[in-house]
Design a binder for this molecule. Structure first.
Ligand SMILES: *Cc1c(COP(=O)(O)O)cnc(C)c1O
Length: 382
């Protein structure tokens, strides 16, 4: 057995779209990106979407959209991937780490209020593992504290909370299409919002500050519709980045988007099978309370006191595992911003992520479950 932790589910549909891109021989930021952005807006239910080359770029630019003065503070959960907090540093702002709820491993709204001070300008809730942050409560709190809200939806493409898509509750939603996430474009990300005026300027920021896409200029250069000599002209008014999505990535994304609901449904089934298989175990418990119908859970995680022994036990049987996530407050880069996040620092040591990608077969899941049961057996005999 060799069971991967993550594996993108790709096939003929993606290849057919890539072929179309090759036949057009326009591989950069072009018509596929526009199509993917429009399809994404329609799917998620937001007025505008902007394709970028990662969620890291999306989070960076989402904060840039607000032009906060240097040195202001942004609240982020202690348990998340690095990019949630590096986005804050890229904008010359200060991350304020908020502890997590011990049950849900998502941002603790009481601790958020404790950590808040008048220099805080925004919060980046993370739907960790696809477990939705209670966005109604968070938005009410943000309203009261006058905080802008950027949802980090890297783990929950397609997920909902109370019947509304995650990523459309906050002022801006950011998604990841990195190869391990709910759907992929190889690498890629999306910024979306109903506030068109707020995010429209980010089109220049993702394109080295240039105010017109090369694709649109090239269309004009061939002169079918317009008779003008200035088609080559553009303006650079802001310090931008090379963050655009390209047409190969968008081609993969368009095919993946069609499969997203099915992939999320398969992940939900996998998680049900795992939950059922571990329900009688004493030393292995689900990482958070998986609920039906709310999230689009990205992975299946467990908690176990004997974590390292269990990781090795699974590794010896060819089962790959992970840990999501080591608290950022313990990382050297963030040590100088470290504040009391005792829950995060107390619970992360028991976390293990198990294989839960959509192509996982039932017999593979059963093999993982048998291995977990064997571990419990071993442990009980000691
Ligand atoms: C993966 C991830 C990101 C970054 O996504 P990329 O597309 O790889 O840049 C951001 N936030 C969280 C919580 C993530 O897990």
């Amino acid at each position: 057995m060799n069971i991967r932790l993550f594996k993108p589910s790709v096939g003929e549909e993606e290849l057919a779209n890539i072929r179309e891109v090759f036949e057009r021989a326009w591989l950069g930021n072009g018509p596929m990106v526009v199509r993917f952005e429009e399809a994404w807006s329609k799917y998620i239910g937001s007025r505008m979407s902007i394709g970028v080359n990662s969620a890291t770029a999306a989070l960076h630019l989402a904060l840039t959209a607000f032009h906060f003065p240097e040195g202001k503070k942004v609240l982020v959960p202690a348990i998340t991937f690095a990019s949630t907090a590096t986005a804050v540093l890229y904008n010359r702002l200060i991350p304020v780490f908020v502890d997590v709820d011990p049950e849900t491993v998502s941002i603790d709204l009481n601790d958020l209020q404790r950590k808040y001070d008048k220099d805080c300008v925004a919060v980046i809730p993370v739907h960790n593992g696809g477990y939705p942050v209670p966005m109604d409560k968070l938005m009410a709190l943000a309203d009261k504290l006058n905080l802008k809200v950027i949802e980090d939806c890297a783990h929950c493409a397609g997920g909902e909370y109370k019947g509304r898509k995650l990523g459309t509750w906050g002022h801006i939603g950011c998604f990841s299409f990195e190869e391990k996430k709910c759907m992929t474009t190889g690498d890629g990300g999306m910024i979306c919002s109903d506030d068109v005026e707020l995010i429209e300027p980010l089109r220049a920021y993702r394109w080295v500050g240039i105010d017109k896409d090369t694709w649109r200029r090239a269309e004009k250069a061939s002169g079918l519709t317009e008779n003008e000599a200035m088609h080559w002209h553009y303006e650079i008014a802001v310090l931008g980045y090379k963050y655009n999505m390209n047409d190969i990535a968008a081609a993969i994304g368009l095919a993946q988007l069609k499969k997203l609901d099915a992939m999320n449904a398969r992940r939900a089934k996998i998680i049900e099978r795992y939950l059922d298989g571990i329900k009688n175990l004493r030393i292995i418990k689900p990482i958070f309370p998986y609920e039906r119908g709310n999230g689009a859970y990205w992975y299946f995680g467990i908690r176990c006191d004997k974590r390292d022994e269990l990781i090795i036990h699974l590794k010896n049987r060819g089962i790959a595992t992970g840990v999501h996530f080591y608290p950022l407050t313990l990382q050297p880069l963030f040590r100088k911003y470290a504040v009391d996040c005792r829950v995060a620092e107390g619970i992360w040591g028991n976390f293990i992520t198990l294989p839960s990608h959509p192509d996982l077969t039932d017999s593979e899941i059963d093999f993982v479950l048998k291995s977990l049961n064997d571990f419990e057996q071993l442990y009980s005999e000691v």
